[in-house]
Design a protein around this ligand. Structure first.
Ligand code: CA
Length: 720
């Protein structure tokens, strides 16, 4: 294990800070040099700041700071906090530069805060409710996962596809550039990536219409496009953009371009200054079912891959495909961590990747060659990965080849989704928020030959994926979520903590032998990095969906966390998330910052309380209308939850008085009365659609009131 910067440098940094109040250590030095650049982002010794999504270009989420450590973390107290008045999801990684913290919420509002005192310095609101229109329906509540810093600017990408440069000193927008065609079913929830004077951004949309994923690099100064790389080939009749697309086209069959192909880059992007490469984690196929999008089979490059591109030109360098011919939503969009490892007696420039498909990959990033891959969760779709060929050895029948229902692990949410893992180079361990779920796949009843891609946002019975999925329970003694410490060299689990919630947020690890992670049920916890022993726990009053960060200013180490239940569990709803009791508007959202010198505790929040469904005893529920209403509800499910059971990111409609009033319901649903709050208008719905929705929602409410309150909430969540 190599760790270039030893402790003396950090101690020296702190020593230089002594006596200075606000600006100190490396932060001020970089600010004087003209703002954030590659040297600053790459410098793992710059512990005063957190300059990019994963802290450094290596995306390790490791800070060498050790003022807070395994011996004293029990003394950690609230130093300051900032309440966020709006009922927004907070899922982003805050950035810290020059003693100012920047973060973004689910409506893409950017806030700058004094990282020492907690004073709000400015707010920039890109007004996504006004720009996003129907796009809100698929992306609004998932929330932005982060920002990028370069020079004297902070960059935010909005759900409606704009990339905006904002001046760090003032919060004033400097330029705005559209990155997607507004007629396409695309949106952005990811953090931009800044390197070498460029800002890179992808998009999501694989599940929502014909989508052909791509990433685009823009000039950080001007917003001009520098290069664009498509993830999958287009129609050969139009000619291929480059040799890589011609190569990829040989791995597709039929008329794949009609469904777009997919591959959208909605999350993981890592810049590697040692090789001047960017690594792109690519999305799943569109639609999920390969029999539809590529009926003659094929690997379908570059779906579900790690793709290495030249950082200056966007030219193809190499790829490693984690799931050839994917057909289970096994995208490879998860974070990619760079680490120097010693494996089998030689030094390896490694890329570490734990995608949805359940294998932990160690890849040689000079060449893209697979070094090793082992399952970090139950994997039933493949028996193992052949390290000679680099390919998975699939389990017979896993592709639901005859339409029958097949139990598959991991499920579409993956064994690991976007909540980032961290890597501690001192202990040589990766800390992975892990999901353990099983789903049944079937394309029985889907007319594979005549399947058409769904219109932009039109709800398709059975989902727009060309396959029906249904969650199936795990054995009762098996946890649905865990935090795992994984040794990437030996490819084995070292310790594990079990949770009774599947989705838990990303992790932070430090030179103080610590791992920090929030939980879906509202605790913030510190573990010993080597053993997993729990050392500190604080209840935050609301479910946590964001990863923590740490930074050091003036000799004080701060640990910061956004507390604001959001993203998939808050919006997809269902039993597990409803019972947590994080009702919409029920609990304050806030930024909380801890230190050993803190004097405060987390302010009290209302106790968790799932909303109580209402009944309208006058209404005679019509079962025919309920059936029709269940179909219309496909428009609502993405935010209000499967089975009308909300996860807390939006109102639970069974408990909504708006639904009980014909006039109020019409004003909100068709009239757009709550557009500013994130509820889009549906002017095209007919009277009978509204009535059917009301009957469906009342039936769901009565079922909940009469018997098991969640019995009707079994509709499967759609993961990102
Ligand atoms: Ca997907």
């Amino acid at each position: 294990m190599t760790f270039r910067l030893g402790r003396p440098r950090f101690e020296a940094a702190f020593a230089r800070c002594a006596g200075r109040v606000v600006l100190c250590v490396y932060g001020a030095w970089y600010a004087n040099a003209g703002g954030v650049d590659d040297a600053a982002i790459a410098d793992v010794g710059n512990a005063a700041e957190w300059l990019t999504y994963g802290r450094n270009h290596n995306e390790q989420r490791f800070s060498p700071l050790d003022r807070v450590n395994s011996g004293n973390v029990a003394e950690l107290k609230v130093d300051w906090y900032l309440d966020i008045a709006e009922p927004v999801g907070l899922v982003s990684t805050p950035l810290v530069a020059d003693s100012v913290m920047y973060f973004v919420d689910s409506r893409n509002v950017v806030r700058a805060v004094d990282a020492v005192g907690g004073e709000l310095l400015w707010t920039y609101d890109p007004e996504v409710a006004r720009h996003a229109a129907d796009r809100m329906r698929i992306a609004f509540l998932h929330g932005s996962r982060g920002l990028a810093l370069w020079g004297e600017r902070v960059y935010v990408a909005t759900v409606d596809g704009r990339l905006i440069a904002v001046e760090v000193a003032t919060g004033r927008p400097m330029w705005t550039t559209p990155t997607i065609d507004p007629s396409k079913a695309m949106y952005i929830t990811g953090a931009p990536k800044a390197f070498r004077g460029k800002v890179l951004i992808g998009n999501g949309g694989t599940e929502h219409g014909p989508a052909r994923g791509y990433v685009t690099a823009y000039d950080a100064e001007t917003g001009e496009e520098v290069w664009r790389f498509y993830i999958v080939p287009g129609n050969p009749a139009d000619g291929f953009e480059n040799a890589a697309m011609a190569m990829a086209a040989k791995t597709w069959t039929g008329e794949w371009w009609r469904t777009g192909g997919g591959g959208n880059v909605w999350h993981g992007m890592t810049y590697d200054p040692e090789f001047n490469a960017v690594y792109i984690g690519t999305g799943n196929g569109s639609p999920w079912n390969r029999r539809i999008r590529s009926p003659g089979g094929g690997d379908n490059l570059f779906l579900s891959s790690v793709l290495a591109l030249d950082a200056d030109t966007g030219d193809y360098r190499w790829h490693y495909q984690t799931t050839p011919g994917e057909t289970w939503d096994y995208n490879s969009n998860m974070d990619m961590v760079l680490a120097d490892l010693r494996i089998g007696g030689r030094d390896v420039k490694a890329l570490l990747h734990a995608p949805k498909n359940g294998f932990f990959y160690v890849i040689d990033r000079r060449s893209g060659r697979l070094i090793s891959a082992e399952p970090f969760a139950e994997v039933s779709w493949a028996s193992h990965v052949d390290t000679e060929t680099g390919r998975p050895v699939e389990t017979p029948g896993a592709r639901y080849p005859d339409g029958e229902s097949v139990r598959v692990t991991p499920g579409p949410p993956g064994a690991h989704n976007w909540p980032p893992m961290s890597f501690n180079p001192v202990h040589g361990l990766v800390y992975i928020p892990t999901i353990h779920e099983a789903f049944a796949f079937s394309d029985e009843g889907v007319d594979v030959g005549r399947w058409r891609s769904p219109d932009w946002l039109a709800p398709v019975p059975g989902g727009g994926h060309g396959v029906a999925i249904r969650q199936v329970p795990l054995p009762p003694d098996r946890p649905v979520g865990t935090l795992q410490a994984w040794d990437p060299v030996r490819q084995r689990r070292v310790w594990e903590v079990a949770f009774d919630t599947a989705w838990n947020p990303g992790t932070l690890t430090t030179g103080g032998d610590l791992v920090f992670q929030g939980t879906a049920d509202g605790d913030f916890v510190a573990y010993h990095a080597a053993t997993g022993e729990e050392l500190w726990r604080e209840h935050m009053g609301l479910g946590i969906s964001a990863p923590p960060i740490t930074y050091g200013i003036g000799g004080r180490q701060y640990v910061a966390l956004l507390v604001g239940w959001g993203s998939t569990p808050a919006t997809s709803g269902g039993h597990d998330n409803y019972r947590l009791g994080w009702a919409y508007r029920g609990h304050p959202r806030r930024l909380v910052v801890f230190s050993l010198d803190g004097k405060h505790t987390v302010p009290a929040s209302p106790l968790p309380a799932p909303p109580l469904p209402l009944d309208d005893p006058e209404l005679v529920v019509d079962e025919d209308l309920v059936g029709h209403g269940a179909e219309v509800y496909g428009n609502c499910r993405m935010c209000h939850g499967g089975g009308a059971v909300s996860g807390g990111g939006s109102p639970d409609l069974r408990a909504s008085r708006v639904v009980l009033s014909d006039t109020a319901f019409d004003a909100v649903v068709r009239g757009g009365a709550l557009t500013a709050q994130g509820m889009p208008a549906f002017p095209a719905l007919a009277d009978r659609h509204l009535e059917a929705l009301q009957h469906y929602i009342r039936r769901q409410a009565r079922t909940a009131l009469g018997l098991d309150p969640v019995a009707a909430s079994a509709a499967a969540d759609v993961p990102p």
